[in-house]
Every structure is written in C-alpha cells, then in structure tokens.
Design a protein around this ligand. Sequence first.
Ligand code: HEC
Length: 244
Amino acid sequence: MSGDLQVNKILGAVLATGLVIMGVKLGAEAIYKREAPEKPGYAIEVAEAAAGGGAAAAEVLPDWGTVIPKADIAAGEKTFQTKCTSCHNNANGGPNATGPNLWGVVGRPTASHGGFAYSDAMKAHATDAPNWSWDALFHFLGAPQKVVKGTKMTFAGVKKPEERINLIAYLHSQGSTGYAVPAPDPSRAPGAAPAAGAVPASGAAPAAGAPTTETPAKPASGTKTDTPLSGGSAASSSAAAPKH
Ligand code: HEC
C-alpha cells in the first residue's frame, strides 16, 4: 500500500520534471526563433518605411498627353489577359462576369454598366470620381481596395506605374478611343513634380535627427520619385511610337 503511494509519488515527480524540461526547451526555442530574424528584418524595415512612405505619398500622376502616345499597348494587353480576364470580359457587348464588362471603360461613368450589381462602395465612389478618367483609373488600379474601401473587386492592384500606364493605354484602345488624350501638361513633366514629394521628406529630416547616414539620403529620395516614370516611358517610347 505505502509502496504503491511511493511509486506514484516518484512517477509524478518524473512526469513533472519532464514537463518542466519540455517547457523550458519550448520557451528557449521560441526566444531563439524570434531573435534570429529580428535583426535583419528590423534593418530592412527601416529602409522600406523611409522609401515606401515617400513613394506612396508622392505617387506622381503621369502626364497622359506624353505617356499614352508612347505606351506599349501590347504589353498592356498582356497584363489585362493575365490579371483581369479571370473577372472581366472586355468584348464589345460582352457579358458581365465577376466584374462588369470593361469595353469602353476609359472615360465611362463610374459604376454605370448595365446589369451589373455594383457594391455600395463603388456607387459611392461615383460621387468622388464621376467617370473613369485617366487619373481615376490610375489611382484605382494601383490599389483598388485602398482607393475604393469596401469594393467587391478583390484584386491587390498593379503596382508598377509603367505597367499600369500600358494597361490603361490598352483599355483605351478597347472602345474608348473617343475619349480624348489630353495635351501634354508641362506641370506634370518630370522635374516639375518633386515639389509635392519634397514637403514630407524635408519635414521628416529634422525629426529623424540621425546626424550621419540620414542626411545624404534625403535629397536623393526627393528627386528619385520621378525616375521610374520617365525611365519607363522613355524605354517603351521607341516600341510603340509608330502606331500614333
Ligand atoms: C477578382 C476579380 C477581379 C479582378 C481580378 C479584377 N477585377 Fe475589376 N472589378 C471586379 C469587381 C467585382 C468589380 C465591381 C466592383 C464593385 O462594385 O465594388 C470591378 C470593377 C472594376 C472597374 C470599375 C468598372 C465600372 O464600371 O465602374 C474597373 C475599371 C476594373 N474593375 C478594372 C479592372 C482591371 C483593369 C483589372 C486587371 C488589372 C481588374 N479589374 C481585375 C472584379 C475584379
């Protein structure tokens, strides 16, 4: 009888010790696993926050009169086929699918296509953006869920400005050629825009207060916001120029 109790006590002690050891091991692993990626991840995060914040705040609107005649419509068609046709038909008189038919969507009144049940969010967006102007499409297609909060269009967006421009040029060629391409606008030309982007950048500089490495990066990030656009349109200009 007392022997059995003794055995139970010993077994209990062994079990408890085992549990404690396991607990310590798991805890240690959790600490080590968390610590390993923390250092490199932290360093990258700082760099991205600086670059990404600036880029988002200062997304330069294209000078449509300059970029559309130079755009690569074939590349835009490819983007449409890979990223949009799962939800959109864009044939003239074609059906609505998960999303509305997109024939002639450039310049078309927002949330207006017959027979499609738009979300309340998209209907409300029509008050802010009554038609799918060049700028409205450029904004929306970059981040649909952010621009129209609550939209049924569950699509992350086409992040690269050049790709979006080519896509919009393709959409324009599909039933929207009656919607005029505006004249080139010098105030949107590369070099005219950084003023808008420079405001948050220069405002952040003194707050950051880091005396050494920060300083040279600031002017560079201010001027850099233009580079992808002008580079992209220049690169595609030779390919598509003869068409227009
Ligand atoms: C996962 C499905 C899906 C994908 C992928 C998708 N869309 Fe949509 N799209 C929708 C839905 C659904 C709506 C209606 C949104 C609403 O009512 O909130 C919509 C609406 C739109 C509108 C507004 C049309 C109008 O009549 O007001 C445009 C423009 C548009 N999509 C373009 C695109 C383009 C260009 C792509 C590819 C880059 C794309 N969509 C990819 C589902 C999708």
